[in-house]
Design a protein around this ligand. Structure first.
Ligand SMILES: O=c1[nH]c(=O)c2[nH]c(=O)[nH]c2[nH]1
Length: 303
């Protein structure tokens, strides 16, 4: 065994380790109409792991390779929703090893849809459906379990019913007030469940539906206000959700000046800028929810 690594000035702090981005594709092939599940799974273990770092003693080290193998082995029996599979991984690791007291299991789910053919939707050929990703982060701290679900890269645009007026004007202000502008964003949202006995697919579908419906049907006075309306709609419909966080870029579309060409431009031709972009972030909280910082500690990219 290597020499013990001791220091007079430093100690080991928080730590976790595991295998990141285990790409898992599972085909349900009992019937001739196949089903596909496409996950990206990251497993991180926490617990009594000090000696691995301080003494080079690997007795408590569940190798990251073993964590990867566990993901594939558990998937043999079926995976279900990303939330269910992440919960199952957490239960497995914390119950299998005395010294593993918690951890973090994150899953990204990619969607495929059946390829349409003259004879209908194909049984075993799929096309990837856009860039949108469904996410979950399950964390365990002893017997406490936290589930933060979400989505990202849900790109939306409305071509009217959006304005931005009345903002502060000073010597730095060059932006003209817009009474009719394009509003576009990539919705990135995470929401915290207060229960684990849920129909996770049904709740996810409804949260997504509500966010899109609000974006589409509400007149926007600022992306901040649209974000807030989306959050309120989700919390009002879903008591099992304590809070929802958003991080949404304002994907600016600037009207092009066509006057050099002797043309008008009545809100028809735009330059879709990719940077810089506004970045609008907020949390919408249920008034009586108990704050749970442990659920969010490793969910980065939100305020
Ligand atoms: O919806 C908006 N919110 C802002 O804070 C902002 N700032 C800006 O320049 N354009 C916009 N649009």
């Amino acid at each position: 065994m290597p020499d013990t690594t001791a220091s007079d000035i430093a100690v080991l702090g928080e730590n976790q380790y595991g295998k990141a981005e285990v790409r898992l594709v599972r085909i349900e092939r009992e019937a001739s109409r196949h089903e596909i599940t496409d996950f990206n799974v990251s497993s991180q273990l926490r617990g009594d792991l000090d000696a691995i770092h301080t003494d080079g003693d690997n007795a408590h080290c569940v190798a990251t390779d073993s964590q990867k193998n566990t993901v594939y082995s558990l998937a043999r029996d079926g995976v279900g929703t990303p939330e269910e599979f992440a919960l199952r991984l957490g239960e497995h690791f914390t119950s299998s090893y005395d010294w593993i007291s918690g951890g973090r299991w994150e899953i990204e789910k990619y969607s495929w849809v059946r390829i349409p053919t003259g004879a209908g939707e194909h049984d075993h050929s799929f096309v990837k459906s856009g860039t949108e990703v469904r996410t979950v982060v399950v964390q365990r701290d002893g017997d406490d379990v936290f589930v933060v679900a979400g989505l990202q890269d849900l790109t939306v645009l409305k071509s009217t019913a959006s304005e931005f007026v009345g903002f502060t004007r000073d010597k730095y202000t060059t932006l003209a007030e817009a009474t009719d502008r394009i509003l576009a964003t990539d919705v990135k949202a995470r929401w915290r469940y207060t229960r684990t006995d849920l129909d996770f697919d049904a709740v996810f579908d409804d949260v997504r539906r509500l966010m899109l419906e609000q974006f589409a049907t509400q007149h926007s006075y600022a992306l901040q206000q649209t974000l807030y309306q989306m959050g309120i709609a989700v919390l009002e419909a879903h008591p099992e959700i304590a809070e929802i966080k958003f991080s949404m870029p304002n994907k600016h579309h600037f009207l092009v000046d066509l006057s050099p060409f002797g043309q008008d431009n009545p809100n028809v031709v735009f330059f879709a800028a990719d940077r810089p972009y506004g970045l609008i972030e907020a949390t919408v909280l249920r008034k009586d929810a108990t704050p749970e910082p442990r659920a969010w500690a490793s969910v980065t990219g939100f305020c």
